[in-house]
Write a protein that binds this ligand. Structure first.
Ligand SMILES: [Zn+2]
Length: 267
């Protein structure tokens, strides 16, 4: 049987202003605006629906001063997806902007790396610097879901379905995982926060939220090795993603784009 292909959609749900110096370890000699977008991702075909991360809701927007553009559930509605129908969610890591809406999916099972759960529940959470992107309610919620048989753990590489796999790319967080997906244009890789912006991967620079700089740099090679070309790697927070890929429908411009389509040459 041939390997299935999937439609892959980046859904933009929040944004915030930032400056270049905020986004690179060691700062940046060129000061200027460098806003950050927040996405989660939909992977689907006739047989399967998989979410990659969940986004966050109003609580995180208020607490952390982000602009919530639409609740994750409302974004999914634009794609005719009911959160109650989502059965599989890949959690790239447990930072609040990736897992903050976990409780809006009543029947979903969550796929997580061993190292991420160990880190988020372990001794390093004593340190403000290392815990700042995590929320105790999200982490505790995930622990509860383990007791409800709704968490599948992976260690390193893991298969989710034919044509969909996860791969640990530690550095930003210890259990950071990217997602490799078979599409009509070949194998694409959702880097999530293994590369926040295109510039991180392309210029081998590092986002300041990091537990292992060497791990981040090594992961860039892994992302590229897993993808069919550099154009097949999709960063986790870059506003350029909305410009490089075609919208799902004309009215979804700036909201939802098709990552399984060839990127536009606008750079
Ligand atoms: Zn993030």
């Amino acid at each position: 049987m041939p390997l299935p292909t999937y439609e892959v959609i980046a859904l933009r749900y929040a944004t915030r202003g930032a400056r270049r110096a905020d986004n690179f370890l060691g700062g940046d000699p060129h000061d200027g605006e460098m806003p950050m977008d927040y996405f989660f991702w939909v992977v689907r075909n006739e047989e399967r629906l998989v979410l990659v991360d969940t986004g966050f809701c109003e609580d995180m927007a208020v607490k952390r001063h982000r602009t919530l553009l639409r609740l994750p559930a409302d974004g999914l509605k634009l794609l005719d997806i009911d959160p109650g129908d989502v059965r599989t969610i890949i959690v790239t890591h447990l930072h609040n902007d990736h897992i903050g809406a976990f409780d809006r999916f009543p029947v979903a099972a969550f796929h997580l790396q061993d190292d991420e759960m160990a880190f988020a529940t372990g001794r390093y959470m004593r340190h403000a610097r290392l815990r700042r992107s995590y929320e105790p309610d999200h982490v505790a919620g995930m622990v509860r879901l383990v007791f409800d048989d709704r968490v599948t753990f992976h260690k390193g590489d893991g298969a989710i379905a034919p044509g969909i796999s996860v791969h640990q790319v530690a550095g930003h967080s210890p259990g950071m995982q990217c997602v490799r997906i078979h599409t009509r244009r070949g194998w694409i890789v959702l880097a999530s926060d293994a590369s926040h912006y295109y510039e991180h991967l392309e210029q081998r620079r590092v986002f300041p939220v990091v537990v292992d700089v060497g791990g981040v740099l090594e992961s860039y090679d892994r992302l590229l090795a897993l993808a069919d070309s550099p154009d097949h790697v999709v960063p986790g927070h870059d506003p350029l993603v909305m410009r490089r890929y075609p919208p799902v429908a004309p009215e979804l411009e700036g909201i939802a784009v098709r990552l399984d389509a060839d990127p536009l040459r606008e750079r």
